[in-house]
Ligand binder design. Structure first.
Ligand SMILES: Nc1ncnc2c1ncn2[C@@H]1O[C@H](COP(=O)(O)OP(=O)(O)OP(=O)(O)O)[C@@H](O)[C@H]1O
Ligand SMILES: Cc1ncc(C[n+]2csc(CCOP(=O)(O)O)c2C)c(N)n1
Ligand SMILES: [Mg+2]
Length: 321
């Protein structure tokens, strides 16, 4: 199998997505965004051994490469439409490619996003996805604009994936969602992009970000979008899954939930006057959305719990430290 057979076999789906004037197979794709919508675009790379364990299931790698990008579109309040895939492979392994592409195409079909192009090269296993979506100009969610007094809301639960990674690195290989370890590992390998939450919050939240590097680090980015802002987090309010609680060795909420990374949940700052409308819009979102604290004028991030207040550093995952 050569490079072009590989593309035809695994990455040239028959179905033509809506708005795809020209997809896989030419020098570039031609895309038609809906009239009046802004094109939203982002790109994220996954490197084997850095973003996923070298022995992660290949269908999970395909899923995650797309999911982390859809998460960035969700954080902008966008509707996902198209994506490109740049694949660097050490060799052609057809079993790996079949599983990888099935994980990728399954999520693409679920979210109605079309693969419109990419690039295939030889080298250390690296997957780059560039995703594109659309949003009405007045609805786009940004990282900037949060203000003191805004309430902080987060989707889903925190820290599951970081605990899943710790379990995987200790050799635990439970799959599926039934036992707690399997649930946590699944949250690492197969994050669910929070598209419905992002769309519901569009036009209602004052600022938004997705949590990839850990709550404190990404909350830090949200706070940098204003002037000298800090936050109060309430320890008892942080959403933690039963599996997380069962496996947490620290005192709760624990390091993983605060700065573990790989959550791919959405964090919103909501103005007090919009809070009721925001809660109504988010109440039927499957992942749920929890108020975890509020933004302050004092630049510290403080965790309140057990009658104590603890100042936290804005630490999280960083590639160069
Ligand atoms: N090499 C680069 N050249 C140009 N812009 C970049 C480059 N790397 C990152 N950026 C931009 O910097 C900003 C922050 O990037 P970062 O990767 O931290 O965001 P993110 O994608 O939300 O985070 P994560 O990758 O953890 O999901 C984004 O707007 C991104 O487009
Ligand atoms: C094998 C392995 N080691 C470590 C991690 C944790 N991790 C890697 S990158 C990242 C942040 C997001 O990346 P980026 O900022 O590049 O989008 C996190 C939390 C993992 N998932 N797999
Ligand atoms: Mg992001």
């Amino acid at each position: 199998m050569d490079e072009f057979q590989l593309i035809r076999s695994y990455f040239q789906p028959d179905a033509r997505g809506e708005g795809v004037v020209l997809g896989v197979g030419d020098d570039a794709a031609l895309l038609q965004p809906a009239p009046g919508q802004l094109l939203v675009t982002c790109v994220d790379t996954l490197v084997a051994g850095v973003h996923f364990p070298e022995d992660a299931p290949p269908d999970a790698v395909g899923h995650k490469a797309l999911a982390v990008n859809l998460s960035d579109l969700a954080a902008m309040g966008a509707r996902p439409r198209w994506f490109q895939l740049a694949l660097t492979l050490p060799e052609i392994d057809e079993a790996w490619l079949a599983a990888f592409s099935s994980g990728l195409h399954r999520l693409a079909a679920e979210q109605d996003v079309a693969l419109v192009g990419g690039d295939t090269t030889r080298g250390p296993l690296t997957i780059t996805v560039q995703a594109m979506g659309e949003v009405a100009p007045a609805q786009a969610l940004r990282r900037t604009g949060a203000r003191a007094g805004d309430r902080l809301y987060v989707t889903g639960t925190l820290g599951d994936a970081a605990q899943g990674l710790a379990l995987w690195q200790r050799g635990v290989r439970s799959a599926g969602g039934d036992d707690p370890a399997g649930f946590l590992i699944d949250r690492l390998h197969r994050p669910t992009p929070r598209m419905a939450a992002g769309r519901a919050a569009a036009g209602l939240a004052r600022a938004a970000i997705d949590i990839s590097d850990g709550l404190l680090a990404d909350l830090g980015h949200l706070l940098e979008g204003g002037e000298g802002l800090g936050a109060v987090l309430q320890a008892d309010s942080l959403p933690l899954s039963p599996a997380y609680r069962a496996h947490c060795e620290d005192s709760l909420p624990g390091r993983a939930a605060l700065s573990g990374g790989d959550d791919y949940e959405l964090l919103f700052a909501v103005a007090p006057e919009n809070e009721a409308a925001f809660q109504t819009a988010l109440q039927h979102v499957p992942a749920g959305c929890t108020c975890i604290g509020w933004i302050t004028e004092d630049s510290a991030i403080t965790l309140q719990g057990d009658g104590k207040a603890q100042v936290l550093t804005r630490q999280g995952y960083q590639h160069f430290n």
